[in-house]
Design a protein around this ligand. Structure first.
Ligand SMILES: [Zn+2]
Ligand SMILES: [Zn+2]
Length: 313
């Protein structure tokens, strides 16, 4: 059993690499199966399966656009639209930190203020940028224990998949958030549990799998192992800058999970912004005017090495 948490509940729904790539395609305005297929580069059977799961979860809905033969398009529901801030934070991290970040150049313009923008995680009370060190937490009314369900293997991209052939922007971030164990490990480290045994107890992951994930997180530069004891050697796992910067993704995901998956008693975890002393009500705002960024407020200009085009979403 592990601590209940809205991040985990959200990840049970969207913590899956193919789902993230499908959602990305839908964010780009692709509504039809073939377009989602072309943009995500995923196998068709996988797309069908995940579209079904997304419909069951109430994140997308399908609507017929022609009946001879019957064909459907896929649209985000309000619950799906509410993942917009999470997706902007995924985009922010990918652009800043991914090993694939130079593959595509993306320029975002906030149409209400007309400026090029870099969407930021901001506090709803003081409008300062949210840093993990400035956030404290305490147990909320919905605190409790739950048993996590894991898939054993880390979902890796197929070896034959060629990133250049795909139009997805999310690459490394989809792999990171798509791995629920990795996210659960990061949750522990963000709450200052850094020793192997502490993380083991907090996540209830089998020790061989925990070792494998920590090695992977170290390899991609999200955590760094710090020796704290010789003979036998023992390490603590600290977040790197790249790892710390994943925090806004988790904050926005928690907010979404609190809205859709909190127990009747309330959210399991309460966050406070030490900077202003108020409960943390995070939002994603424009780096220029600080106003909340709403779906439809941003124009994306993407250069893919084959010229550039402007898209809205
Ligand atoms: Zn604040
Ligand atoms: Zn703006």
């Amino acid at each position: 059993m592990i601590r209940t948490c809205s991040i985990w509940r959200s990840l049970e729904v969207v913590g899956d690499t193919p789902i993230l790539l499908i959602l990305e395609a839908i964010w780009w305005g692709e509504r039809r199966f073939d377009k989602i297929h072309a943009r995500s580069g995923l196998q068709k059977a996988l797309i069908s399966d995940r579209l079904k799961k997304l419909i069951e979860a109430g994140i997308i809905e399908k609507r017929p656009y022609t009946d001879r033969p019957p064909r459907y398009e896929y649209l985000l529901t309000e619950k799906g639209q509410d993942l917009y801030w999470t997706s902007l934070m995924l985009l922010r991290w990918e652009r800043k930190w991914s090993s694939q970040r130079n593959r595509l150049k993306i320029e975002l313009t906030h149409t209400p203020c007309g400026s090029v923008t870099d969407p930021q995680p901001l506090c709803g009370h003081c409008r300062e940028v949210i840093h993990p060190a400035d956030v404290s937490w305490e147990e909320g009314p919905g605190v409790g224990l739950m048993s996590p369900v894991y898939s054993r293997r880390r979902q890796r991209r197929g070896a034959g998949e060629d990133l250049v052939e795909r139009a997805s922007v999310f690459t490394e971030v989809a792999e990171l958030m798509g791995d629920r164990w990795a996210s659960l490990i990061l949750r522990s480290i963000f709450t200052h549990l850094r020793k192997f045994d502490e993380i083991l107890k907090d996540t209830a992951i089998a020790s061989n799998i925990l070792s494998e994930r920590l090695a992977w997180l170290t390899e991609i530069g999200v955590v760094t192992a710090v020796l704290y004891q010789n003979n036998p050697e023992r390490f603590e796992y600290w977040l790197t800058k790249k790892g710390l910067d994943y925090y806004p993704v988790l904050v926005m995901l928690q907010q979404w999970g609190d809205k859709y998956y909190a127990s009747p008693e309330g959210p399991p975890l309460l966050l406070f912004h030490k900077t202003c002393g108020r409960p943390l009500e995070p939002y994603v705002g424009c780096s220029n005017c600080l106003e909340p960024i709403l779906p439809g407020d941003v124009t994306f200009r993407v250069s893919e090495g084959r010229g550039s085009k402007t898209r809205r979403r």
